[in-house]
Write a protein that binds this ligand. Structure first.
Ligand code: AGP
Length: 610
């Protein structure tokens, strides 16, 4: 939520910052702005709308040449979407410009205090308070670091800040508490950003800030401090990504690119976690001991990661015989826990920065529970704060709709369930090897589903004008129905619900008429016959069925207006195959409706607010 970037060096700051903003646009895209420091003056341009609106406006109202600046792409929290609420915000006397990712909970109290000191405000944001608070303390202290320390100590809430200071033309200050911030170390230039994707075009050497840390970034180097003002040393890491990972390449949208990357992502995880027909996640003896000592698992996650958690529940209960509950992370931290030390919390997250899931992880730890994270982004807050981490190796996911990260999460959970089941003696060598052999075939099977793209685009043409779509699945494909519905609604704005197929007759069947498309996910499985019955109930009430079924299934095809055939795989692997056509269906529906699937309204990729 909100992307911030700051640059100091020899290059043209405006172009570095606009490219940086484009890389970070997935974090928020309702307004954007830039502040440059040139000839001793801070110059700001900001605008409601997309980054290209800001860039277009710069041609009629150009910025001066500069080699230092900060920029922001906004996902509004406090204050409407309008030019004046866009960042950067400038302090009253123009000493500081600030861009902010996060929320200041006590901003109205601080604002009242500053108003009583003579400060006036020109926006409705919490961020303007930070700019004025910095100025207030600087004018009192006369010392910049002291002023920053005093200001941040007064702020309650979450914040990643990039600050420009009028009196020093070679300095950007970064501050982090509960919102991500990374510094890229270049040659004669340094760059500060919310996410390494904005740093990649310049350098692969980075330092991640922890909560409660401040960085002074100059073109010659960087200095780190903690919130008590002590100088600290930080470890330099090398990014494992390549610049192309964050590029669209030949694809019109990131969402499509990422859907097509799924075979590669599956291969990468199989290579990493399977050796000689054995899963090797639990070769880490500490992780093995941890899982063997637990008799209950609580999964906490949000959105798509929550759906992966439900697939994980089916698998872990089936193979490892461990009871699993799956909970929205936003609900988890606000209730009393009936847990003991034998309960393991698994936090699942693509970004590793989802505020609700971070809260869930911290809440669990506060209650003495151990946390295993299943995370895509290394160095993310969730990865760093958890006791153990399993990475999902999906690479950078830019599209707001999570696709390849979901498939990677499900795959990793499958391997974990199988390995744990094997270690606990619930699966024998033969069954394990058979399933692993089947998993080895998944990349090719997914490629076969991707080859159905134009058929799925044709089905999208039939549903994209609908106002409602229902998704039905049963057993291990119930979460596929939830995920298919989430994909469709978030990128196409068509109202969609996912339902357990057997639950349909307990109410939602009343929705069915001859205008309602009903997507039934029913590959061959132990619940196939029951789902055929649910499909009959829909068809006999006029519902138009689009089925995702196993190749050669004539019975379901006869009940369906459209069928999407997926290759035959064993039941526990079906969620990996069946979600792919639903991702494509959502993608094509969005494009047909004229929505940019990479930037659906009101959303942002990484939800760093509560
Ligand atoms: C999925 O398409 C979403 N846009 C969203 O639900 C996402 O899965 C959720 O915000 C959780 O994100 P995380 O996996 O990064 O924690």
């Amino acid at each position: 939520m909100c992307g911030i970037v700051g640059y100091v060096g020899r290059k043209d700051a405006e172009s570095v910052l606009t490219v940086g903003l484009q890389k970070l646009e997935y974090r928020g895209y309702d307004s954007a702005g830039i502040a440059l420091l040139s000839s001793g003056e801070i110059e700001v341009r900001k605008k409601a709308g997309r980054i290209h609106d800001l860039i277009n406006s710069l041609s009629s109202y150009p910025l001066p040449k500069a080699h230092i600046g900060i920029a922001h792409t906004r996902w509004a929290t406090h204050g409407r979407v309008c030019d004046s609420n866009a960042h950067p915000h400038i302090s009253q006397r123009g000493l500081f410009a600030v861009v902010h990712n996060g929320i200041i909970d006590n901003y109205s109290l601080l604002k009242e205090r500053l108003q009583s000191e003579g400060y006036s405000f020109s926006s409705e944001t919490d961020t303007e308070v930070i700019a004025n608070l910095l100025e207030y303390h600087y004018l009192k202290e006369g010392n910049l670091l002291e002023a920053v320390l005093k200001a941040v100590k007064e702020l309650d809430g979450s914040f990643a800040l990039a600050i420009l200071f009028k009196e020093d033309p070679n300095l950007i200050i970064g501050v982090r508490k509960d919102s991500p911030l990374v510094v890229g170390l270049g040659e004669g230039e340094n760059i500060l950003a919310s996410d390494p994707v904005a740093v990649l075009p310049h350098t692969k050497k980075v330092v991640y800030l922890n909560d409660g840390e401040i960085v002074f970034v100059r073109k010659e180097g960087v200095e780190f401090y903690d919130f008590s003002g002590r100088r600290i040393e930080k470890e330099v890491k090398v990014l494992e990504y390549d610049e192309e990972d964050a590029e669209k390449g030949p694809y019109p949208h990131f969402m499509l690119k990422e859907i097509y990357e799924q075979p590669r992502v599956i291969r990468a995880n199989l290579e990493r976690y399977v050796r000689d027909r054995r899963p090797v996640m639990l070769r880490d003896l500490n992780l093995r001991k941890l899982l063997l000592n637990k008799n209950r698992i609580l999964v906490v996650a949000a959105g798509t990661s929550f759906h992966a958690g439900i697939v994980g529940k089916y698998l872990l209960e089936t193979y490892a015989h461990t009871p699993v509950e799956v909970e929205y992370s936003s609900e988890f931290s606000s209730r009393k826990l009936a847990t003991d030390s034998r309960t393991l919390v698994i936090a699942i997250s693509q970004s590793g920065e989802t505020a609700d899931t971070i809260d869930g992880l911290r809440y669990a730890k506060k209650h003495g529970l151990e946390v295993l994270a299943i995370v895509n982004r290394p160095e993310s807050t969730i990865a760093r704060e958890s006791d153990y981490v399993i990475y999902t190796n999906a690479g950078i996911e830019v599209g707001v709709a999570s696709t390849k990260a979901y498939v990677a999460q499900v795959l990793v959970l499958t391997l974990l369930a199988l390995e744990l089941g094997h270690v606990k003696g619930h699966i024998d060598d033969k069954e394990l090897e058979r399933l692993l052999d089947d998993m080895a075939g998944l990349p090719n099977q997914v490629e076969k589903v991707l080859a159905l793209d134009s058929h799925i685009a044709h089905i999208a043409e039939r549903i994209y004008k609908s106002t409602n779509v229902v998704f039905l699945g049963r057993g291990i494909n119930y979460p596929t129905a939830l995920e298919g519905a989430l994909k469709l609604k978030e990128v196409s704005y068509i109202h969609a619900i996912g339902y357990a197929a057997g639950e349909m007759k307990h109410g939602p069947l009343a929705l069915v008429d001859n205008k309602l498309p009903v997507v039934v996910i029913n590959p061959r499985s132990s619940v196939y016959e029951l789902t055929v019955s649910s499909t009959h109930e829909v068809v006999s009430r006029g519902g138009k069925v689009i089925s995702v079924i196993t190749e050669g299934d004539k019975r379901m095809a006869e009940l369906s207006a459209f069928s999407i055939y997926v290759p035959s795989v064993p039941e526990p692997l079906t969620p990996i195959i069946t979600i792919v056509p639903l991702q494509l269906l959502a993608y094509h529906s969005a494009v047909l409706r004229g929505v940019d699937p990479d930037k659906p309204r009101n959303l942002a990729k990484s939800v760093t607010v509560r």
